[in-house]
Ligand binder design. Sequence first.
Ligand code: NAD
Length: 344
Amino acid sequence: MMRRTYRIAVLPGDGIGPEVIDVTVDVLRAVQKSVNSLNLEFIYGEAGYNCIEKYGTNLPQKTIDILKRAHACLKGPMTTPEEPGAPPSVAVTIRKIFNLYANVRPCKSLPGVWSLKPDINLIIVRENTECLYFGKEYEVAPGRGVALRVITREASERVARVAFRLAERRKHHLTCVHKRNILRITDGIFRDAVFAVSREFPSVYVDEDHVDAMAMRLIKEPEHFDVIVTTNLYGDILSDEAAQITGGIGLAPGANIGDDYGMFEPVHGSAPKHAGKNKANPIATILAAKIMLDWLGEYEAAKRIEDAVEKVLSEGKIKTYDLGGKATTRDMGDAIIEKILKEE
Ligand code: NAD
């Protein structure tokens, strides 16, 4: 049988990062055992706050070279340096180097875990390169600030295509979120770009909502939505809201996707107060690895991970502290691995 080989750059990161990444790589090794045609090669790289003293940067050149040799990156959480003159966050730097313009955040009710409604299953696709984040801010006079919000048709169309392709593989329903009634030019460009791209995807039904209405509807009727596409700032806020209605930050994965590269990471940060205690929930990182396999086209392997996570959660015997239990990071990983290997 032909084996499909993928090189995965693994960046364990800071705080709880090395613990959740360790367990996730073991989960990937287990899935590789159970899907014979899959061959994953892991190349480890140093990155994060822990590198600054040694290399003077949080993303050394030799790690960038490793990333460039890989098909995809599995990234652990990293502590963001805050001192004046410190380098920007590693996630931001990698997004820029590889032009990872779409941030994809799935939110799904999981069995045995509190969720606002039992049948939430949506994905937020957030434009990752412009809006207020990559514009400029100026203090034009003391106490008087101006921020530039940049929105282009080109960037809006390319993120829209990522969202439409996802919608095509799911329920054929895409919701465009904007605030065009107020920001008529910038959000007008975004909204019109999404509707222009919709002509390339005739099987997908598109509707639209203002961001304030969407913030409310995510609480009132989240089951109504499937794929949501929006600009950078709205997406940042809505995706954190969506993570909370489906069980919290220990379970939320994220992906950063470009035309030919993807970086996959948990949504949470390095949680320094839990570092080294074998306590953090590894599921967000394990589900990030699951989305990575989906993105690589390895749907069977991805499904095995998702099924194993859902089985462990629905049995409710192994729960980390954030889910109301006392299980360790390693216990959770081992339980998921056991389910994967049982399916062999
Ligand atoms: P955080 O997400 O690290 O932690 C907030 C709280 O959430 C923790 O104290 C913990 O109670 C809980 N938590 C987080 N992950 C968990 C897990 N896997 N299991 C169980 N509980 C979990 O947010 P923070 O404390 O604001 O940030 C810490 C550092 O991480 C900061 O330097 C921040 O900039 C950075 N950060 C990095 C990323 C990234 O690398 N992508 C993302 C967010 C924050």
